[in-house]
Ligand binder design. Structure first.
Ligand SMILES: *Cc1c(COP(=O)(O)O)cnc(C)c1O
Length: 819
């Protein structure tokens, strides 16, 4: 039952009968089919259109209320929103899931089948984009006035399949059939400029000879849980403008075979498939500026509509959150508008800018910190490059100089412009520095990560502004990641504790008294087993592999990256297999190792790891000698809708990054919430998960951040570890031998080289033994079911902190100053 804070129901007053009538109306009038001819895809679209009508009505009411309250609004700028399927989420949030089920079943149609017909909008790579989607859910749930701004990519993240075990990428034209959730808003289109040059007229800078691109907004309604608030996710699509098309522009420049052709339309064409690694392509910079400029113009228009022309109240009404440095050019864009279009003086413009921006840092990885060639920015956005120099000059000569007077090496170190190591190379613009300097607050995404941002990444900035860098630990929405994806567990919780845990996740702690209750444990275990049976059927269908639902389901699902260390998992499975071959009667429970991961198409080592896991899976799954004690499955095309099937079925959650490299992780939270036990390093949010569940209820292993830096300063030699361990040596030799890929014996050389010849930067070998020991502890615990299920229940009961509602409440309080 959904009841709002005042106790009255906020369910949409919609009955099954209204829904059936709406479906019939849309089948006939919107889709032009009779009910008898309609298949699940048509029913999906018709039902979505019915729900959309309710959303739109509520959006208007939300906007009206916000205008009356003259509230501050949060603008969440993100190049990625990994929203996942929307129909089921909307039905749940509006409280009409059951009514919709009834309406369809009276028409002889199954809602479950219909829901499967929704394409999964993959407008993001991984955790960063999914976080933005969870935050949109919680912003609406907490009635925070908010608009998300991003790009309506024609092609989302590629679809992944395997050929001979190798990753194959195909385009994901996700909205080709139809996307009823996105509503085009031509009235709110924007025209933005690119290229050209800066002239001076009457003492004012004028950006002229530019090319124009049109930004068309598509609005996606975002419902919250147990509230009438519906917010908007506004996604920009690029279009050519009449007369000023980029197509005809300077064709000569693109003779150069290295550069892709850039046209007005292809700006919003594809999502770059790199996770934690910037592409450095001109089109990517233009994407960033395109969505930032459209969004900035849009929010300024809205501010003026609601508040009149003056800028006095701007900072009270507007706060922009930069999700990573991808939208960092917004800092220069706002100052450009204030200087060139609004008669501000530079110091006042910078002061205002610093009141309205906040920046979320997602990574410490040096190669993931965005830098753009100064020459590229100067060519694409000449006025912005000038403004970046103005910001930099002010920063170095008044702010840095005040703390380190006359210290030129410090100025060089902190400059937004990085000087090249070799003369003649490009100067680079450090987008993270621009973001820090332009923002009011900077946040890391888990406690340990924020501390490292203060002490290791930006120590000097922390000296200058000791209150600027703060922590907001990430969270996930318990609606999608427990209620919707694990309805049986949700029901068990409903029957066991009081109160609205979906809206107040801390209430889950009331489950703790049941942790040792045998009857409750049985029910909890039975639900997990049911979820595993369902996943086993999916694995059979997608991979044609039979897995035993009674086995331990050991899950590693996340982008493929060496720092996430899927290769550690791989080496360990190889060792387990060899142990079983040596001793087929080993007393170990059956285990299924489940992977889901996409590798960036240009990331060769990552692709080689996928290939190796698939080849190993073939070998192990077909070896009768080990009597099904181990199975390995790599489920293709990992994405939100698959995560929703895998997570409720996980017994073990693999969170094994090198300490200091995973900023937070959110997959770790989702799996623990659904009763999986974590095997993990002291990294990212694992640290806080361990704190919440207690050391006895998590399998922590391996080096800490301090251990990593000590080892590095002592001098780490991967070969030493290799020579010291017979087991490790034998599996690495096997991996390099070509035995798993006889037709291409060198296929896994990139992995072996990374582990040995190139020094094992992510310390995989250094953590191997500790990891193997942790797995031994997992097996021992599994052999005692009462102990296992007690720990699993305590995990679910301890995840209250990791609701994205708590994250948003933290942002509201510590960063956005929302009332
Ligand atoms: C939660 C989620 C992620 C993030 O997983 P991590 O383990 O935190 O890296 C990535 N992709 C999808 C589809 C997700 O749902």
């Amino acid at each position: 039952m959904t009841a709002n804070k005042a106790g009255q129901t906020v369910k949409a007053a919609v009955k099954a009968k209204d829904i059936s009538e709406g479906i019939l109306r849309h089948l006939q009038q919107s889709l032009g089919v009779e009910m008898e001819e309609a298949g699940p895809a048509e029913f999906w679209e018709a039902l979505s259109l019915v729900v959309r009508e309710i959303d739109l009505q509520r959006i208007r009411a939300t906007r009206k209320k916000e205008r009356e309250n003259k509230a501050r609004r949060v603008y969440y700028l993100s190049l990625e929103f990994l929203v996942g399927r929307l129909l089921s989420n909307n039905l749940h949030n509006l409280g009409i899931f059951k009514e919709a089920e009834k309406a369809l079943s009276e028409m002889g149609v199954s809602l479950t089948d219909v829901l499967e017909h929704e394409a999964d909008p993959s407008l993001g790579n991984g955790g960063l984009g999914r976080l933005a989607a969870c935050f949109m859910d919680s912003l609406a749930t907490l009635d925070t006035p908010a608009i998300g701004y991003g790009i309506n990519y024609r092609f989302g993240l590629f679809r992944q399949s395997f050929a001979g075990g190798r990753q194959v990428e195909t385009p994901d034209g996700w909205r080709e059939d139809s996307f009823p959730w996105g509503i085009e808003r031509p009235k709110r289109k924007q025209l933005i400029k690119l290229y050209g040059r800066v002239a001076e007229h009457a003492g004012k800078a004028v950006w002229e000879d530019t090319r124009s691109v049109l930004g068309m907004p598509w609005d996606v309604p975002v419902t919250g849980y147990n509230t009438e608030t519906v917010n908007t996710l506004r996604l920009w699509e690029s279009r050519a403008t009449e007369g000023f098309d980029l197509n005809s522009f300077d064709a000569g420049r693109y003779q150069d075979s290295r550069s892709q052709e850039i046209t007005a339309e292809n700006i919003s064409q594809v999502l770059y498939p790199n996770d934690n690694h910037p592409a450095g392509k001109e089109l990517r910079l233009i994407q960033q500026y395109f969505f930032v400029a459209c969004s900035m113009a849009d929010l300024i228009d809205r501010y003026k509509r609601e508040n009149g022309d003056g800028w006095d109240h701007f900072a009270d009404k507007v706060v922009m959150q930069l999700n990573d440095t991808h939208p960092a050019i917004a800092v220069a864009e706002l100052i450009r508008i204030l200087l060139d279009e609004e008669d501000f003086k530079f110091p006042d413009a910078l002061v205002l800018c610093r009141k309205v921006f906040a920046y979320t840092n997602h990574t410490l990885l040096p190669e993931a910190l965005e830098k753009w060639p100064q020459r590229l920015i100067a060519r694409v956005l000449p006025r912005h490059m000038q403004i970046i120099h103005m910001i930099n000059y002010h920063f170095l000569h008044s702010e840095v100089d005040a703390v380190w007077p006359g210290d030129d090496s410090m100025k060089r170190r902190l400059s937004i412009i990085e000087e090249p190591d070799r003369p003649g190379d490009d100067q680079m613009v450090r987008m993270a520095y621009l973001s820090v300097i332009g923002s009011n607050k900077v946040n890391g995404v888990a406690a340990i990560h924020s501390k490292l941002v203060q002490d290791m990444l930006f120590p000097e900035f922390h000296r200058i502004w000791p209150d600027k860098i703060v922590n907001v630990t990430n969270g996930v929405t318990p609606r999608r990641w427990l209620d919707h994806c694990n309805p049986e567990l949700a029901e068990l919780i409903d029957n066991s504790i009081e109160g609205d845990w979906r809206g107040e996740l801390d209430l889950l702690s009331d489950l703790k008294p049941f942790a040792n209750d045998e009857a409750f444990q049985r029910k909890f275990a039975e639900i997990k087993l049911n979820n595993k049976r369902k996943l086993a059927a999916i694995i059979k269908e997608l991979c044609n592999i039979e897995v035993n639902p009674e086995a331990i389901f050991d899950v590693q699902i996340k982008r493929l990256h060496e720092y996430k260390r899927q290769q550690l998992n791989l080496l360990h499975i190889m060792a387990l297999y060899r142990r079983l071959l040596e001793n087929p009667n080993l007393d170990v429970p059956p285990r299924v190792f489940i992977f889901g991961a996409k590798a960036a198409p240009g990331y060769l080592v990552a692709k080689s790891i996928i290939h190796a896991i698939n080849r190993l899976a073939d070998r192990i799954n077909n070896d009768r000698r080990i009597k099904d004690k181990i199975k390995v499955v790599f489920i293709p095309n990992y994405r939100v809708s698959l995560a929703e099937r895998i997570i409720p079925a996980a017994d073990v959650s693999e969170q094994i990054s090198t300490a200091g490299f995973e900023a937070s992780g959110t997959g770790n939270m989702k799996m623990a919430l659904n009763g999986a036990l974590t095997v993990g390093t002291m990294d990212g949010a694992n640290v806080e998960i361990a704190e919440e569940v207690g050391d006895d209820n998590i399998f922590i292993f391996g080096m800490t951040v301090d251990g990593v830096s000590e080892l590095r300063s002592r001098g780490y030699n991967a070969w030493d570890v290799y020579h010291a361990s017979d087991e490790l040596k034998s599996v690495i030799d096997w991996l390099g031998s070509g035995d798993l890929s006889p037709e291409e014996p060198d296929a896994f050389k990139p992995i072996v080289e990374s582990l040995l010849d190139r020094g094992d930067y992510f310390l995989t070998l250094a953590d191997y033994q500790a990891y193997s020991d942790a797995h031994d502890r997992i097996v021992q615990t599994w052999k005692n079911p009462r102990e296992w299920w007690r720990k699993a229940i305590i995990n679910t009961a301890s995840m209250g902190k990791f609701s994205s509602d708590r994250s948003i409440a933290d942002y509201n309080r510590t960063i956005w100053n929302m009332k």
